[in-house]
Design a binder for this molecule. Structure first.
Ligand SMILES: C[S@@+](CC[C@H](N)C(=O)[O-])C[C@H]1O[C@@H](n2cnc3c(N)ncnc32)[C@H](O)[C@@H]1O
Length: 296
């Protein structure tokens, strides 16, 4: 597939062309894939409506000129405008499931999926959570997946952004999920119910780190990434407020990414348990409800 339009290009031609194009560009990977080939495959899956499990025979598939043009245009937007593929396709994957995304939510990539798949073990023990809160729900991927894994539990997703909640609603429909959505600035509008688990991937980027992020991140909402100057504003509020919303023995699980060292330094009296993930990701802490009174 040269730069001039071919009438008989195959899917394989496009994938190899796009891979070369991406390799020679400066694009940053980190929004669902970690290599140029997978980026090209994601674009092709979208334009050609292919299932995720295509085999190598699909490489011979002939593209018509409209498909080829569309694929080239998307690849160009990826390179020139540095738009992450999930925003070009309105599709992201979380825990093996498809989610609708647009630029009102971040692209799902939280390591919390692994913890949910393991049913919060060993921390949850034999307990059967009745109520789970996903604070800062965005696309609602965490809330929806948690509700699938715990069908007996009532799961609530909270976000301050009306636009993000519109995306969350779309995903609830897509997954036929009964997650409840609440628009709220953290806990301010959350009914004082007691939860067994509060899970959260809040914004946690500081202003300096924000300024240094690759251009791909500029397409994500700043509200979803930045949290005050040091990245910890929301997390510190959660540490102060979560206790009132947790049952005795309840768990607070929060992702803080690179801000974890600063958090640990600021709260030396809190017995943070820093979780480890087989599939990568760090900076996720777990605290028990009883620990939260130790911060003052
Ligand atoms: C990092 S995104 C996480 C989205 C989703 N949970 C995920 O893991 O993909 C953080 C979310 O927090 C929301 N948010 C920001 N400030 C908030 C606040 N004060 N109260 C509630 N939600 C807030 C943003 O709108 C954004 O959707």
């Amino acid at each position: 597939m040269s730069n001039s339009m071919l009438t008989q290009a195959t899917l394989g031609d496009f994938l190899h062309w796009a891979e070369d194009y991406f390799v020679t560009s400066e694009i940053f990977y980190g929004h669902g894939t970690d290599n140029p080939w997978d980026e090209a495959v994601m674009l092709a899956m979208h334009v050609l409506s292919l299932p995720p499990d295509i085999d190598s025979s699909a490489m011979q598939m002939q593209l018509n000129s409209q498909q080829e043009q569309e694929l080239r245009a998307l690849a160009e937007r990826r390179v020139v405008d540095r738009i992450p593929v999930p925003y070009l396709t309105n599709t992201a994957w979380f825990a093996g499931e498809r989610y609708y995304v647009n630029q009102d939510v971040i692209i799902p990539r939280s390591p919390l999926a692994e913890l949910i798949s393991q049913h919060f073990q060993p921390w949850l023990g034999d307990g059967q959570p009745k109520r789970i809160l996903d604070m800062c729900t965005g696309s609602a991927c965490i809330a929806i997946y948690t509700a699938k894994e715990f069908p007996e539990a009532e799961v609530t997703g909270v976000d301050i952004s009306e636009d993000a909640l519109e995306v969350a609603k779309k995903n609830l429909d897509l997954h036929k999920s009964n997650v409840k959505l609440v628009q709220s600035d953290l806990f301010s509008n959350v009914p004082v119910d007691k939860y067994d688990i509060i899970i959260s991937n809040p914004p946690y980027v500081g202003s300096q780190e924000m300024a240094e992020l690759p251009p791909e991140y500029n397409h994500e909402p700043t509200l979803a990434l930045q949290s005050g100057d040091d990245g910890l504003e929301l997390t510190e509020r959660m540490l102060r407020e979560a206790r009132n919303f947790l049952n005795p023995g309840g768990l607070l699980i929060v992702e803080v990414g690179n801000s974890w060292e600063l958090l640990a330094t600021k709260y030396p009296m809190l017995p943070f348990i820093w979780l480890e993930f087989a599939h990568g990701g760090d900076g996720v802490f777990l605290l028990h409800m009883e620990d939260l009174c130790l911060q003052n």
